[in-house]
Design a protein around this ligand. Structure first.
Ligand code: PLP
Length: 364
């Protein structure tokens, strides 16, 4: 029997193969490869999809994040609240600017615990970075209210949450800047690196356009020391193809998740819950198990691959030893790091594949 991979990006390609190939040829034959009509069209279409006034394409999700804090003027001496159980790129977006991440424990939905935010706000706090982890949603009304109360900036890491909604509003529209990654494995994936930001503030959008292109608004006239973080025409064109099908792709993930939730029955496993009044887009289906190593081995023996998102929380990463956090400092974050497991979840997953995964989990 074929091994079931945790993710199958080839299936996502095959779904709309003819359209992807036609678009790739169209761009290759156009003679224009960087910042052209595909990028502009994608920016407009993605802004409309998210429900944001502006979108600016960038080279990847990490660039979207670090450029966000740069544009907001957040740097050395400033603190940014961020959940402890995130992908390290969220934290690098803060520290690349010289600012300090202040880790907040997650709630039972694996999102930033809003009841623990206020006690960590100091004179140095300048922003909250909310990460909509696994395609779920933080309790955004409370985050927004706290940002208003303390005059903080709000940045959303939407690298895993394309299309997710809290109280009918899409992630990426709640704060000053929404940061998206279109890394191939994401819900809206490109065929290489790609990213974007969304914002309702025209000045922020313009600042990103300047920063991503060597600090230049007018060719060879450089206002600031910028960077090269441009989205290319090929990726933008291919993203436009996939964006047309986002609702269908999201529905497919929701159906896969609903079936897992209905049919996985094992007291050793904790299944993910959905916060009321949210639409989750299931970037990952993350279960928890105290005997995780044994579970991984059991699934592996049956030809089922899994991944851990993420085994080492950023505060314990070697890269962040300089922040001086001890093991045990964030018990919930660390508990999750020791217990979480992402089971296969991808567009194009067959019923037979899902049957095998469910059966294997129920027999553990
Ligand atoms: C993927 C990811 C990123 C980084 O995106 P890249 O495009 O790989 O740079 C940032 N944050 C989260 C939560 C992610 O999952």
């Amino acid at each position: 029997m074929d091994k079931i991979q945790p993710n199958r990006m080839d299936r996502g390609f095959q779904k709309y193969q003819a359209e992807f190939e036609a678009k790739a040829l169209e761009v290759l034959r156009s003679g224009w490869y960087i910042l052209g009509k595909e990028v502009s069209a994608f920016e407009e279409e993605f802004a409309a999809y998210v429900g944001s006034k502006h979108c600016v394409g960038v080279a990847n999700g990490l660039d979207a994040l670090w450029m966000a804090f740069r544009v907001l003027g957040i740097g050395p001496g400033d603190e940014v609240l961020v959940q402890g159980n995130t992908y390290i790129a969220s934290v690098m977006g803060i520290t690349m600017n010289g600012a300090t991440p202040v880790f907040i424990e997650p709630d039972e939905y694996y999102q930033i615990d809003v009841t623990k935010l206020e006690e960590h706000i100091t004179d140095k706090t300048k922003a909250i970075l909310v990460v909509h982890l696994y395609g779920h949603n933080a309790k955004m009304d409370e985050v927004v209210a706290l940002c208003k109360k303390y005059n903080l900036r709000l940045v959303e890491d939407c690298a895993q949450s394309h299309g997710s909604m809290y109280q009918g509003q899409m992630s990426g529209t709640f704060g000053d800047i929404g940061c998206f990654s279109f890394y191939p494995s994401k819900n809206l994936g490109a065929f290489g690196d790609a990213g974007a930001i969304t914002t309702n503030d025209p000045q922020i959008a313009q600042d990103f356009r300047v920063l991503r292109n060597y600090g230049s608004e007018k060719r060879y006239y450089n206002k600031i020391v910028g960077t090269n973080s441009r989205l290319d025409e090929l990726q933008a064109g291919l993203l436009r193809v996939r964006l047309q099908y986002m609702d269908e792709l999201t529905r497919e993930r929701q159906e896969l998740a609903a079936r897992y939730t209905a049919e996985i029955r094992n007291d050793k496993l904790i299944l993910p819950m959905e916060r009321p009044d949210t639409v989750n887009v299931w970037h990952q289906y993350v279960i928890r198990c105290k005997e995780r190593d044994a579970l991984i081995a059991h699934l592996e023996s049956l030809g089922i691959g899994t991944i851990i998102h993420y085994p080492i929380p950023p505060h314990l990463a070697e890269a962040y030893q300089y922040l001086g956090h001890e093991k045990g400092a964030y018990p919930i974050t660390e508990k999750y790091a020791n217990e979480v497991l992402s089971i296969p979840m991808y567009n194009g997953m067959t019923t037979e594949e899902q049957d095998r995964v469910i059966q294997a989990l129920n027999n553990f």
